[in-house]
Write a protein that binds this ligand. Structure first.
Ligand code: SF4
Length: 448
């Protein structure tokens, strides 16, 4: 909560009745301020005060959702300037641009790449998130027909872009159930688009040619009752665009300036004709502080690094990345296949599983939960030790899936082999290579 204990106390009934489970209102206020209590525990707080507290507890940058269901895109909700202060919350959405002036082939090709370019990395599927549909022809029929075509083919959030409010309204009504992001309310169109956004319950982009003008537009939108707003400070050169992103983030977080307390949309696709410069600009917006990043096209060599960058920046720096503790089948193993075990640090898993896969020896890979620590660190911390591995091997069910009883442990954990044999008396403990790159050669010599 953004209020101090004393500020909260001033708004409580001050009767010290104790019904909240705390003896005094002051003690309850202190608990609320530190997140150790819920406001709902006090039955005597007025609706007005509740609303005030909700407002104060809201993140300084509003969370906006576009799209629905499993594919909804959530942006904003950020509370810190820098990742190391706590963590960033919602990674930017990457969108690809198509327009109603493109040829059928070009549209098909972009939609195909949107669907096909997916990457399995550290247990996550990385892919682009949204499709920006631009009305260039100024023909409402063509715009709506393109929206319908995309809607039928792809279940992804849509961003509808039109300079004409009526055309935008026609497009929005054609896919309102998908909760598209509407682009764009300027100082000239703010009133009619505010009504459209409210009528369809869709988020709306506010645009200004300067930050002052942007503030004017968002203020008018919020006064009109529009809450879900995305900011577009306009397309400029990279340096000015970066400056605007930083000013918006600082104003929202440090000055608590509500008119700029919304996520942004950025258009690297309109800032350069050079595909590689576009990727570099998009990369800048991932780091600082784009909410949605619209690309002119999707190419694997540009998209993949952007997605990895985003994943790295938006993971929680206080929690190591980990994969699930379980048995992983690699290459269709059978009852004679080797059984290997390692830690659940995601990098360890992906390196080891990659090497096992490249060996072409079908194998069982047991992943032991080590709280995301690598083998050596987990061993030193007692999380990859015989007394934790033994029970896991017994309960995971691998004994029912193989005829042999041979378990390959990482070479770096050789020191636990004796104790592990005591924990697993039916099993023969084999010491595997220290380096994952030696796994293929090791497995080639496997005999059950
Ligand atoms: Fe105070 Fe409300 Fe707790 Fe009673 S229930 S002590 S009024 S905070």
């Amino acid at each position: 909560m953004g209020l101090t204990g004393i500020e909260i106390y001033k708004k409580l009934p001050k009767t010290n009745c104790g019904e909240c489970g705390v003896p005094t209102c002051l003690a309850f206020a202190m608990k609320l301020a530190t997140g150790q209590a819920e406001l709902a525990s006090c039955p005597y707080v007025s609706e007005e005060v509740k609303a005030e507290f909700e407002e104060a507890a809201a993140p300084p940058i509003r969370t906006i959702t576009t799209g629905t269901g499993d594919h909804a895109l959530k942006i904003g909700g950020e509370t810190v300037m820098f990742r190391h202060e706590k963590r960033f919350e919602n990674p930017p959405g990457i969108a690809v641009l198509i327009s109603d002036s493109m040829s059928e082939e070009e549209i098909e090709s972009r939609l195909k790449r949107f669907t096909e370019l997916q990457y399995d990395r550290v247990g996550l599927i990385l892919k682009a998130h949204a499709i920006a549909i631009k009305n260039v022809s100024n023909d409402a029929t063509g715009f709506v027909s393109l929206i319908n075509k995309v809607k039928e083919r792809i279940d992804a959030p849509l961003i509808l872009i039109s300079p004409n409010s009526e055309t935008l309204a026609s497009g929005a009504k054609a896919c309102a159930e998908r909760k598209p992001l509407l682009y764009v309310a300027t100082k000239d169109t703010v009133d009619e688009l505010a009504n459209l956004a409210k009528e369809l319950s869709c988020p709306l982009v506010a645009k200004g040619d300067s930050l002052d003008e942007l503030v004017e537009v968002t203020t008018r939108l919020t006064d009109a009752g529009v809450k879900d707003i995305v900011l577009d400070p306009g397309c400029k050169d990279s340096a000015s665009a970066l400056h605007d992103q930083v000013v918006i983030r600082r104003s929202a977080l440090l000055q608590k300036f509500r008119p700029l307390g919304f996520p942004t949309i950025t258009f690297p696709c309109e800032m350069t004709d050079d595909p590689m410069k576009e990727v570099v600009t998009a990369s800048m917006f991932i780091a600082k502080y784009g909410g949605i990043i619209v690309l002119s096209n999707l190419e694997g060599h540009g998209l993949f690094p952007l997605l990895v960058e985003s994943m790295n920046i938006y993971t929680d720096p206080q929690r190591p990345m980990a994969v699930e503790e379980k048995i992983y089948e690699i290459g269709g193993p059978n009852e004679d296949s080797p059984v290997l075990i390692t830690s659940n640090f995601s990098l360890t898993y992906f390196i080891v599983s990659g090497e096992v896969e490249s060996s072409r020896v079908p194998s069982w890979l047991l992943i032991k939960d080590t709280e995301g620590l690598s083998v050596m660190t987990a061993w030193a911390a007692g999380k990859f030790a015989a007394d934790t591995i033994g029970p896991f091997v017994k309960k995971c069910g691998i004994a029912d899936r193989v005829k042999h009883k041979k378990l390959v442990i990482p070479g770096y954990a050789a020191a636990i082999s004796g104790e592990l044999e005591e924990e697993l008396p039916d099993w023969q403990i084999l010491i595997g290579p220290r380096e994952a790159s030696h796994i293929p050669a090791y497995l080639k010599m496997w005999e059950p």
